[in-house]
Write a new protein. Sequence first.
Lengths: 356, 284
Amino acid sequence: MSALDENVGVAPADPTEQVPEPAAVSVGLDRRRLLIGLGLAVVVLVVGLQIPSIVTSQYYQGILVSGAILGIMALGIGFLAHRCGLISLGHTAFYGGAAYLVAIASTHWGWSPDLAALLGFVGGTVLAVGVGALTVRVPGMSFVMLTLAFGQAAYQLVILDSVRSVTGAFDGLNVTFKGSETFLGMSQADLGTSSSVWPMVWVSVIVVAVILWLIGRSRFGTLLEGIRENEERARFSGYNTYLPRLAAFAISGAAASLAGVLFAMSSSFVSPDTLSFTTAGNALIATIVGGLATLVGPLVGAVLYIYGQNKFASGNLNLYTGIAVIVVLAILPGGIVGSLTRYGRAGLTRLRRRKP
Amino acid sequence: VNLAQVLNGISLGALLMIVSSGLAMIYGLRGVMNFAHGALYMIGAYTAFAVTTKTSFWFALIVAPLVLAVLGAVLELGVFRRVERRSPIEVALIAFGIALIIERLVVLIWGSNTKPVPAPGALSGTVSFLGTSYPSYRLTVIGITLLVAASLVIWLLRSRTGLYIRAASHDTETSAVLGVNVDRTSLIVVCLGAALAGLAGTLAAPFVSASPGMDTAILINTLIVVVVGGLGSIWGAMVIGMVLGLLQIMGNVWLPSVSTLVPYALLIAVLLFRPQGLAGTRLQ
């Protein structure tokens, strides 16, 4: 079976195992598990907020900020892949689209940063609804290709000569704050500083992760998995199989849009790179290398990817990315986090058996 | 649209045709969307550059496909055959990883500058064709690609191996049960597909020049051709390859500002009405 189904056969986590939230795909969400999950989220949130005082190097802070932003998009892609079995190469359209909307609204239309950000997020999500409405019916490899086509169409659209005055084509576009304008109370200089933008990014990561977790564990998430496993049977059982998948696509697109807004705000600059084939491939690679059947996998993959990107800035990044993809797919099915969870669980089971 | 533009469309279409038919054959047999196909084409172009600077372009025309056929064998035996039980998307990503590696290796070996490959001296001028003067090299390219495409069609239709290939792309399991050696057939197909990509890369080198990034450009167009033509359909890929080449040139002439969007518009339009592609019957 594929990595998508990696954890399906695993028994529901025993609450005493201390690995409550992401991996097991058991159905439903009882009160205890909900409390454990939310409690864990709060702990992770609070601990994460301390990171700038622990990791004091600006270099690593920058990596963490970029990694977390890519991670939000990767969470969205992973959600769609894991819950619906739909692999998207087109989320760059929502990510880059939202980022461009922020830049265009703030630079050309003189909107305030808050409004521009709202427009970016809503615009990216609406785009996701539109693309999803056309694509989620299409199965398998054709879906991959269709989403790729929409993403690449967005890229080609932005670099057209005829829209150079709006998007700046290959030159990109700045995000402009007039005078003392702020985004959620932060000046442009603060947004550009990793340590001060970190709380905003980290809170977003946790909020997105918790929302996706709750959705995945709800009845709706169960329905999505039912449709993924056998669409025909779900339809025979009286479920509408189109709208749930469209909703899942929109949710995952909304995560990518949020990431796009955060990217535009923290880097103050948007370039066609945000929409490129490579970005699409890399976001998917980060998701899969991290492990898309787990909640934290895409985040881990994204941070690793950004770390690699900075480490091998000389240009060998693609070489190592390529090797990493092959190695992970060949020997660590389920990605890094997926495999660790599996080995960890196997180890625990063995330990327990050994006890008298 | 004048004749020269139509001929440009045909030469582009003919190249897409032979690259795409290789990709479609590999997909048909292995069920692998070979995201490394563009990289194979790029290796073809760089091999042409390397060989042409040492000896002659004509020699490159023979060497590049051979080199690529060997690489194809490595790919099939070393990668595809080992992961054949994995999900198609995982294999596609492995191929994508291979493409990333090849892209970088090419830059490490040849540098990131564009490498011009001169057309052979005898063909560097223009000839008058039906009253239009046209670069003779491009006419030669049209001639060679159409010849290759025609031989491929005849071989697929008339030879026993061709029969096996068609049978196996139609239904791999049943053909295996009926005695087709699928492993051997797919080795032939992957070698041939890679060799065709190498040939196309060589032929394209004198007018596009070998440059890093040429792989993504052709890969996306090829993927579009194969999906629009119908996954795994060799005929679909051939026809749509030519159609897309012509459409792109028409787009350049009539809608120059948005011509780059033409392939995507075609893909989206076709897939929304026929998710299985024009000639395809399979969905997955």
